[in-house]
Design a protein around this ligand. Structure first.
Ligand code: S3P
Length: 191
C-alpha cells in the first residue's frame, strides 16, 4: 500500500479581526498541515504593513499582496497547507478567480461590532484601514460580497475560541454540515 493521500489545502478569508491567523493555526494542527499567513510573508519580505502603506500607498501594498497570494494559492496543489489571507486580498479579481478555481475556501464571518472590538484589542498588528469605526463598517459591507463570491464554506466566527472555530471547520469540511450551535447570523454550511 502507498502512503495515504495528503489532505488538500484550505484557504481562510475574512475581514480584519475575523481570527484568520489564530483559527488557521488551530486548523492546521488538526489537519496536520503547515500554516502560512500571507501578511506574515509580506512583512518578512517588505517590512511592517503600515510602513508599506506609508511608503507605497494602498495600491503598492495591494500589488505586493496580490503577487504573494497568487504565488501561495498556486503552490497549494503541490504543497497542501492552511493559508490565511489578509482581509483585502479578495479585492484583486485575479486572486478571486484563483480562489474560485481552488475551492475549499472558508470565510470567517462576523458582524462589524465584533470585528471592530477585536482589532482594537491590545497586542494586534497595526492596521491602516482600521482607524475609524464608520469607515471600517462601510469597508466590511463592500467586502462581504467578495468573500461570499469565493467561499465554499461560511463559518460564523462570532463566539468561541479559535480552537472551537477550527473544530467546527473540520467537521463542516468533512461534509457533516449542520446548523451551527454558535451565534446568530446566517446558517453555516457549504455555499
Ligand atoms: C487589510 C487587512 C490586514 C492587512 C492590511 C490590510 C485589509 O490583514 O493585510 O492591514 O485591507 O482588510 P488582516 O485581515 O489579517 O488584519
Amino acid at each position: 500500500m502507498g502512503a495515504p493521500p495528503r489532505p488538500p489545502g484550505v484557504v481562510l478569508v475574512g475581514f480584519m479581526g475575523s481570527g484568520k491567523s489564530a483559527v488557521g493555526r488551530e486548523l492546521a494542527a488538526r489537519l496536520d498541515l503547515p500554516f502560512v499567513d500571507t501578511d506574515e510573508l509580506i512583512v518578512a519580505a517588505a517590512g511592517p504593513i503600515e510602513r508599506i502603506f506609508a511608503a507605497r500607498g494602498e495600491g503598492g501594498f495591494r500589488a505586493l499582496e496580490a503577487e504573494t497570494v497568487l504565488r501561495e494559492v498556486k503552490g497549494l496543489g503541490d504543497s497542501p497547507k492552511v493559508l490565511a489571507l489578509g482581509g483585502g486580498a479578495v479585492l484583486a479579481e485575479e486572486v478571486r478567480a484563483a480562489l474560485r478555481r481552488l475551492g475549499r475556501v472558508v470565510w470567517l464571518a462576523a458582524p462589524a461590532d465584533v470585528l471592530w472590538g477585536r482589532v482594537n484589542d491590545a497586542g494586534g498588528p497595526a492596521r491602516p484601514l482600521a482607524q475609524d469605526r464608520e469607515a471600517f463598517g462601510a469597508l466590511l459591507a463592500a467586502r462581504e460580497p467578495l468573500y461570499r463570491e469565493v467561499a465554499t464554506l461560511t463559518v460564523q466566527a462570532i463566539e468561541g475560541d479559535p480552537a472551537g472555530v477550527a473544530s467546527r471547520i473540520v467537521r463542516l469540511l468533512g461534509g457533516d454540515a449542520g446548523d451551527d450551535p454558535i451565534g446568530p447570523g446566517p446558517r453555516e454550511g457549504a455555499a
